[in-house]
Write a protein that binds this ligand. Structure first.
Ligand code: HEC
Length: 84
């Protein structure tokens, strides 16, 4: 297990603080309930996953990206960017 995973594996969750972090850092890409934008998976579906797996997804997000979640970015001649 990576060192950062060992450090957080024993920590307890705090839903109130998590909600605040989510509002600031995650809502642009993840839905939770009806809030947020669905770029990444809906976070309601990850509650049952093991802590190590969640931490790895959050702290080392490029390690595993499922094909259905990969995005393509196109820069148009006028400089504007399309992603999807
Ligand atoms: C720039 C967009 C973006 C932001 C911001 C973002 N994520 Fe993600 N996240 C993604 C994408 C895309 C995936 C899917 C990657 C994959 O296919 O494995 C993902 C995957 C995850 C997963 C794994 C889900 C699963 O089903 O295995 C977790 C957990 C997660 N993110 C949590 C967070 C948290 C918590 C935050 C805020 C601290 C956050 N993400 C911020 C885009 C984002």
């Amino acid at each position: 297990m990576k060192e950062y995973l060992a450090k957080v594996a024993g920590l307890e969750g705090n839903a109130d603080r998590g909600e605040k972090v989510y509002q600031k850092a995650c809502i642009a890409c993840h839905q939770l309930g009806l809030a947020g934008v669905e770029v990444g998976p809906n976070l309601a579906t990850v509650a049952a996953k093991p802590v190590e797996q969640l931490m790895e997804a959050i702290l080392d997000p490029n390690r595993a990206v499922e094909q259905r979640n990969a995005t393509t970015q196109v820069t148009k001649k006028d400089g504007s960017i399309l992603a999807g």
